[in-house]
Design a protein around this ligand. Sequence first.
Ligand code: GDP
Ligand code: IMO
Ligand code: MG
Length: 460
Amino acid sequence: MTVTIVGAQLGDEGKGGVVDLYGDAADVVARYQGGDNAGHTVVYDDEEYKLSLVPSGAVRGKIGVLGNGCVVNPETLFDELDQLRERGLEPDVRVAARAHAILPYHRVIDGIEEDQKADLAAGTTGRGIGPAYEDKAGRRGIRIGDLTEPDVLRQRLEYVVPQKRALVTEVFGAAIPTEHADAFDVDALFEQYRRYGERLADEDMVVDSGTFLQQRVDADENVLLEGAQGTSIDIDHGIYPYVTSSNPTAGGATIGTGLGPTVVGQGEVIGIVKAYLSRVGTGPLPTELGGVEGQTPGYDSEGVDEDAPEERLATYIRDEGGEYGTVTGRPRRVGWLDVPMLRHAARASGFTGLAVNHIDVLAGLEEVKVGHSYEFDGEAVETVPPTTEQWGRCEATYRSFDGWPEVDWSAVAESGYEAIPENARSYLEYLSAELDTPIYAIGVGPGREETVILESPYDD
Ligand code: GDP
Ligand code: IMO
Ligand code: MG
């Protein structure tokens, strides 16, 4: 059977940790969308693994698959594999022949377009994700399977590279950056990507992901489908245009692996929820606390009183949750849980279970709030309106919960659900009732052991 893990909010909900938790019972872990824009953390045995492309099951020694719905930067993939091997793991990763490759020009163009977009910029990760998916839809992409056939690779590059040069110089009016000259040079790209193709072939990594995974399902093995990003940054169901360019929602798990919808639909779909919100990037966020300049629309940090209660609360949650960019150290936007956002996510993916993480981060607050509904143009609404401009006009209507104390969370994880402070349980039970979905797991810390498990999805 399959178990699909889907981010219910804006990414970074703790999907990697849940994949690791449930990965024990899985035989294969497959990513179905996105690329190295993801950052999935697994903490085990005092070791922290940050995985951007290799499926999180690698930490448990499971076979990993990058499905056809992924965009794969071979350089990142091989770097990550090499680093994991240096750390003593033996990752076994297969890549779909139908997955698209990210080329160096995708990254350069991602940066140039973000600069030019100004207010419409999503604050991308700069990994070339959007430009690679554009080429896929434009039928000018280069697929992983093409890298192992030099003639095909050469033909594709000769068509596409002059277009990319013209895009930069003629459309964006920019110069090809000298340090990236090779990114726009057919011969250099051909050599680099042909070599990647050889390594993929030498290590026997290229598969037909649908066939590979279906064989596992037919053999009664357990397949874990690891979503990246989250529902509110899904290209169809998220806050367009401040989104990523793929479908993190559960539908993406079928398109992006080659397993049929009935196969994925017979399994479980687990929505991963962070007990508050964090966001890297722009766009509306009705339950936001405080703001971050450059990301929160209209927020100007000058003149902001850092001691104002809301600002202090934002700083508290940000510090407790470590909500700072891993590379840049930039603060992330934070906010209260947004229940309309979660109702939307639960419907779009058909969640059969929830994992709620970061309950420990909110401990110690006197009051914990949730955005229960929105007031939208004078009316109360319980889910997210379909346009981002409408969403920006929504004001959250809050419900308040008594806070819960800081406790020994490892001891709680060992004892089980009843050991969770009562007020936190009320919060969780409210959420489960609102989404009409049972809670399968509760994260009370970053480590594998710091989880209260109520349900293991692979059990009958
Ligand atoms: P992902 O992208 O959804 O896999 O999430 P990230 O790994 O980007 O971000 C989640 C962060 O929170 C990581 O540093 C995790 O180790 C950490 N984390 C996950 N679950 C919990 C939890 O329940 N409590 C705390 N305090 N941290 C958690
Ligand atoms: P994981 O899998 C949080 C955001 C970026 C930007 C938008 C588009 O770790 O949850 P992109 O580079 O994808 O074109 O950027 O999406 N974004 C993420 N935010 N977690 C992620 O992944 C993200 N991947 C992309 O910040 O706003
Ligand atoms: Mg992440």
